[in-house]
Design a protein around this ligand. Structure first.
Ligand SMILES: NC(=O)c1ccc[n+]([C@@H]2O[C@H](COP(=O)([O-])OP(=O)(O)OC[C@H]3O[C@@H](n4cnc5c(N)ncnc54)[C@H](O)[C@@H]3O)[C@@H](O)[C@H]2O)c1
Length: 257
């Protein structure tokens, strides 16, 4: 991938869900560096406040406490972005949780629903709020952060894998529906990144899970959050002009389709 011009997103306003840390925060940093303004939508107010402090020197960053399971909070935050920035040009559906690391039949119904509600329905609710704004602008970019787990189905992460497979399918459906509108919809399927997403895994299983995930990556390392952010920057730019409903691999050779 050639280096993106550093003003590639100048004048654009981007919403990054789950932007308080990890991959979302790296995307926010990268977008600010490329000239965009950024709104973080995250559940975790205190972590988001810290993130905002680190982003402030890079450009215009705002935040809204949003639980992506709550359509009213999403609608309010979308209106705030529109009022302040005149529209929403880029939506990154990144908020996500890993959920239980147990056999599929040992997920409780509440655990199963929660993972699907955040990772899949949450992304759909954000698309539902933002797609009409982009349609009216006749321009927009939606980037969904899925996972190789959605292509391959990780053992002991059935809810997570199913949610990410659903997010890939949502990307394809919405991509087709918006194909001639100027709004492009794509997703990224990273392999494991060394972030706090694993903090929810009980300590005694955490190292085992990380080792198992790494053993499947031919390049033998975690993907860096900045590598995912670089791909998300290209997908949000005008240089990405003939891809929609597409699935972009970034898995160090793990997933070759
Ligand atoms: N880390 C990995 O190995 C990996 C690999 C592939 C895909 N992904 C995906 O990338 C995305 C980001 O993961 P990460 O590793 O940076 O995780 P992370 O746990 O570091 O960050 C996730 C962020 O989402 C927020 N969030 C969680 N639930 C939310 C909700 N209901 N509403 C709003 N915000 C919410 C959290 O507060 C947090 O800031 C996730 O969708 C994840 O599934 C991660």
């Amino acid at each position: 991938m050639t280096a993106l011009r550093n003003d590639a997103l100048a004048g654009r306003h981007a919403v990054v869900t789950g932007g308080a840390r990890g991959i979302g925060l790296a995307i926010a940093r990268r977008y600010l560096a490329a000239g965009a303004s950024v709104a973080l939508w995250d559940l975790n107010a205190s972590v988001m406040a810290n993130a905002l402090q680190t982003l402030a020197p890079l450009g215009t960053a705002t935040s809204a406490v949003v639980d992506v399971r709550d359509e009213e909070q999403i609608a309010r935050a979308a209106s705030q972005s529109q009022e302040r920035f005149g529209g929403i040009d880029i939506l990154i559906n990144n908020a996500g949780v890993l959920g239980p690391t147990v056999p599929a039949w040992e997920h409780t119904p509440a655990q199963w629903r929660n993972v699907l509600d955040i990772n899949l329905t949450g992304a759909w609710l954000c698309c539902r709020a933002v797609a009409p704004v982009m349609l009216a602008q006749r321009r927009g970019r939606i980037v969904n952060i899925a996972s190789v787990a959605g292509k391959e189905g990780n053992g002991f992460n059935a809810a997570y894998s199913a949610s990410k497979a659903g997010l890939i399918a949502l990307t394809k459906s919405l991509g087709k529906e918006l194909a001639s509108s100027g709004v492009l919809v794509n997703c990224i399927t990273p392999s494991a990144a060394d972030t706090e997403v694993f903090a929810a895994v009980p300590a005694e299983h955490r190292e085992q899970l990380r080792t198992a995930l790494l053993s499947r990556v031919p390049m033998g390392r975690f993907v860096e959050v900045d590598e995912v952010a670089a791909m998300a920057a290209w997908l949000a730019s005008d240089e990405c002009s003939f891809s929609t409903g597409a699935v972009f691999d970034i898995s160090g050779g793990r997933s070759m389709y």
